[in-house]
Design a binder for this molecule. Structure first.
Ligand code: ISL
Ligand code: CA
Length: 552
């Protein structure tokens, strides 16, 4: 196992729009981030991954970029960006940028040129096709619902957009596109940025001929995910850019299989450092996007354990519970009411004791919860709005059931403003926030967490310290016990003669734990426990959501 700084790092994701507003316009911004760098340093994270901060008309909150080399007006200026980067480096942390190059905004100069005429030099930067019998060129559908094609009457052709119609897909078959992207990447790396999180990186390559897909909620996936040239493209990007810098890279790879992940994140380093697997997100899918099921623990464990075992020695995992596209961890996998603190601490104990690089999404360190708005109008996300319009307003889906699904799964759950204190709007803004603050900010906020020695924040600090002090937590292999156990997750990690032994209670019940055969509690030291007084490694009782980590 090759060691690397980014394997030992703990990453913190910032969604700038919702992090900290410095000027009262209700939108988080870069000066806001700058004002909180000491806070992040205190938490103990090493790397900040910043969701897009580039110029954007914000159809999809910055994931629709109109200028890759400049900063979004609402967020500040390039000058602010440089100050922020310097502030991050000065504190010994690093900055990873979000690279969104499967698509641009339709307001990007390339697209504005491209749509002008069929012989425009930028025409081939995007994917334009004739209609078929007066309809779309194929049956692919967009992640944000409806056809993945938009008709443009200027030139009587359709352009492809796998996401919103304001996010036209770039044509990666065109080498000019690829080299423009590589140049842009160098621009940020030369400025001092420390890597990239690559948005939907496994969608760059589409199957030639763009054949019809088999009908599904998102039709065509099999033709635009892990497409035929994707590894060639990434190896080229690696040769041209990535390999020239000491950086961290992580690919967002929806639906990725283990076989594909082994290629994207291979240990030889010919493509990316790591990828985000999506199995853990899809595991509680219901029949529609906004329905869900409760997952029995053995299934959830099987998913994580499989990724642990099968990447071991061959590729590097990323470890995350949530991000700006997923609901809050404690609401989804724990108990966001009476055991909010215990369960959140337990869940992050798991993350910090597996092999891979852990990611903490903003607000997770204080156990922020889902938001549960009653009024659909309070949601802002283009995904929710399109879905509601299509399936509830103009369709047959039950509004109440859909709202319940939104309460459990929606992306906006992660996007309500960061809760800094118990003052109005949680200290996020002095103005009107772009999306409502979660009403529970009076109890759940950073100020409270910093004052409480038992807070999730302080436990998270301990977890990070524990991980840093014990290489086995980073590099150790993974062996699971009792995979069928419906209440406990039990596993060990081994590295250079040291063993980390982890017991996690995923329920609100008191559960008996028996030391597995072959494990001796003698000489085992309790490294960390979310109830503090976990006791010896022996047959014992695990309290609700208790997490105990031993070093043997
Ligand atoms: O969020 C999702 C539902 O769980 C996913 O379908 C998500 O849209 C998909 O993983 C792609 O996400 C990324 O690209 C999108 C952007 O909207 C997301 O915020 C981003 O993380 C388009 O750029
Ligand atoms: Ca602002």
């Amino acid at each position: 196992m090759k060691k690397a700084w980014w394997k030992e790092a703990v990453v913190y994701q910032i969604y700038p729009r919702s992090f900290m507003d410095s000027n009262g316009d209700g939108i988080g911004d870069l000066p806001g981030i700058i004002s909180k760098l000491d806070y992040l340093k205190e938490l103990g994270v090493d790397v900040i991954w910043l969701s897009p901060c580039y110029k954007s008309p914000n159809d999809d909150n910055g994931y629709d970029i109109s200028d890759y080399r400049d900063i979004m007006d609402e967020f500040g200026t390039l000058e602010d960006f440089r100050t922020m980067l310097e502030g991050i480096h000065k504190r010994g942390m690093k900055l990873v940028m979000d690279l969104v190059v499967n698509h641009t905004s339709d307001e990007h100069a390339w697209f504005m040129e491209s749509r002008k005429s069929k012989d425009n030099p930028y025409r081939d930067y995007y994917i334009w096709r004739d209609g078929k019998d007066g309809k779309e060129p194929n049956n692919w559908t967009s992640y944000f619902y409806g056809p993945a094609w938009e008709y443009d009457k200027e030139t009587d052709q359709y352009y492809l957009h796998i996401f919103s119609r304001k996010q036209p897909d770039l044509n990666w078959e065109n080498p000019n596109v690829r080299y423009e992207v590589y140049d842009m990447m160098k621009y940020w790396l030369d400025m001092g940025c420390d890597g990239f999180r690559m948005d939907v990186v496994n969608m760059y390559s589409k199957v030639p001929g763009l054949p019809d897909g088999k009908p599904a909620e998102i039709t065509g996936k099999e033709h635009f995910q892990d497409g035929p040239r994707i590894h060639e493209f990434l190896q080229e990007m690696n040769r041209e850019v990535l390999s020239k810098y000491d950086i961290m890279t992580v690919g967002e790879t929806a639906d990725v299989s283990i076989e594909e992940a082994l290629r994207y994140a291979n240990n030889e380093g010919t493509e990316l450092g790591m990828v985000f697997q999506f199995e853990q997100n899809m595991i509680d899918n219901g029949e529609t996007r906004f329905s869900y099921r409760k997952v029995p623990l053995p299934e959830l464990k099987a998913c994580f354990s499989k990724w642990q075992r099968q990447l071991e020695g061959k590729a590097w995992n990323s470890l995350y519970w949530t991000n700006h596209d997923q609901p809050r961890t404690v609401s989804r996998r724990g108990n966001d009411k009476e055991y909010r603190k215990e369960s959140q601490k337990m869940l992050y104990t798991m993350l910090m004791t597996m092999q891979g690089t852990p990611y903490i999404y903003q607000g997770e360190e204080i156990g922020m919860t889902n938001v549960y708005f009653d009024d659909i109008q309070d949601y802002d996300d283009v995904e929710i709005r399109n879905y509601w319009e299509r399936y509830v307003v103009n369709g047959t889906e039950d509004p109440e059931k859909t709202l319940d699904g939104i309460h459990f799964r929606a992306r906006d759950n992660a996007r309500t403003p960061m809760q800094w204190d118990d003052s109005e709007n949680a200290g996020f803004t002095t103005g009107k926030p772009w999306i409502k603050v979660n009403p529970n900010y009076k109890e759940i906020n950073v100020k409270e967490a910093l004052e409480d020695p038992d807070s999730i924040f302080h436990y998270m600090q301990d977890l990070i310290r524990m991980r840093k002090a014990n290489e086995v937590a980073v590099y150790g292999d993974f062996k699971e016990y009792e995979p069928e156990n419906e209440k406990l997750y039990i596993y060990e990690r081994n590295f250079e003669g040291k063993k980390l032994f982890v017991v996690l209670n995923f329920t609100e019940e008191t559960v008996d734990f028996c030391v597995p055969e072959g494990i001796s509690g003698e000489g085992a030291e309790l490294l960390i426990d979310n109830y503090k007084d976990g006791g010896k490694l022996e047959n014992r009782v695990m309290r609700p959501y208790e997490a105990s980590v031993y070093l043997i």
